[in-house]
Design a protein around this ligand. Structure first.
Ligand code: SD4
Length: 332
């Protein structure tokens, strides 16, 4: 008999509801054939996010969702947890700096009406996702960058903070010792947080926030604040979010492609697989080209897939809370 864990892995391929039912059946020793029926009702609320830090972020999001709150509030509250965690070196406070020692942050947020807001190349603000939300709600624009974004945040009452922790400063100083400029994407388990959710009313929202590539060129902006690249959503169809080498995701409009593939009938899993295949076909050199996608459709079915091994996602809904390993194309 397959373990619950194995069933959950398969869950990334198909319907979350189906997997939960199957896992429960297997635990009770019931006949799986009889239990394998498609879900009749959509799974909601549900929240999904990238990497292990997603578990804590999902908990904060769930506090909002389980009380009937909006997916928009949930994703903002969720990713703020990761942004404010100084031990996490790839998002917000404590993020690894660029090659000149500056922590520069990218973030975006989108709601069920396709309202969206983003900040790029933002310094000194611990919670860029909340600045992105202000851009969405208080301006006619979508994206503010650099000093303009910082001034806007300060005007809105955000505090100026030194985001470079001692640990990240030391890592940067070590890197400087043989500082050939070489962009690095962590293949370890603590990158960008991307989160997508459906609330009790069936509405979708998403958020994505990162300090980007460690030791990047000053001024470099990745996919994470770019709507359609790092994050995309259409409330009639579903949502998608990306992690990994932002340049590759921008080149292929990654998250928008995943949503459009779902619109044309692909399952979330199939859509992620095709977006990964496209990234692989467009890049001759796949060295360190890790990219992972999560997709969620209106019914609460989800999928995830990555170029290389190691990508995982945190999943939370009424019947389930755990990490799910993504399937992948290449071993490191
Ligand atoms: C970027 N996509 O800035 C981000 C980094 C990331 O996993 O997601 N790393 O390119």
């Amino acid at each position: 008999m397959k373990s619950r864990r194995e069933f959950i892995k398969i869950g990334a391929i198909g319907s979350a509801a189906l997997i939960t039912q199957t896992a429960c059946a297997s635990e009770k020793g019931e006949d799986l054939e009889e239990i394998l029926i498609p879900p009749v009702a959509a799974i909601k609320p549900i929240v999904l996010s990238t990497w292990n830090h997603g578990l804590d972020a999902n908990k904060a999001a769930w506090e909002v969702l389980s009380q009937g709150g909006s997916a928009l509030d949930a994703v903002e509250q969720g990713v703020r947890v990761t942004e404010s965690d100084p031990t996490n070196q790839s998002v917000g406070l404590g993020g690894l700096p660029d090659r000149d020692g500056n922590v520069t942050l990218d973030a975006c947020i989108i709601d069920h009406n396709s309202n969206c807001g983003a900040v790029a190349f933002l310094q000194y603000i611990e919670n860029p996702i909340s600045v992105a939300r202000k851009v969405m709600e208080d301006t006619p624009h979508v994206l503010l960058a650099g000093v303009g974004a910082l001034n806007f945040a300060l005007e809105k009452g955000f505090e100026k903070t030194n985001l470079l922790t001692e640990k990240s400063k030391q890592a940067w100083e070590n890197w400087l010792k043989d500082s050939e400029y070489e962009p690095q994407i962590n293949s370890e388990n603590h990158d960008t947080i991307g989160m997508i959710a459906i609330d009790e009313s069936g509405n979708l929202s998403g958020a994505c926030t990162t300090s980007g590539m460690a030791y990047k060129l000053h001024g470099r902006v990745g996919d994470s604040p770019i709507i359609a690249a790092g994050l995309f959503l259409d409330n009639e169809v579903g949502a998608a979010v990306a992690t990994g080498v932002g340049e590759a995701v921008i080149r292929t409009a990654g998250s928008a492609i995943v949503v459009e593939l779902m619109r044309h009938g692909k399952t979330p899993q199939e859509a992620c697989e095709e977006a990964v295949a496209r990234i692989m076909s467009k890049h001759k050199d796949l060295t360190n080209m890790q990219v992972g996608f999560i997709a969620l459709n209106k019914n609460g079915e989800y999928g995830c897939h990555s170029v290389y091994a190691g990508f995982n996602i945190a999943v939370k809904h009424n019947d389930f809370e755990d990490m799910v390993d993504a399937q992948y194309e290449l071993e490191w």
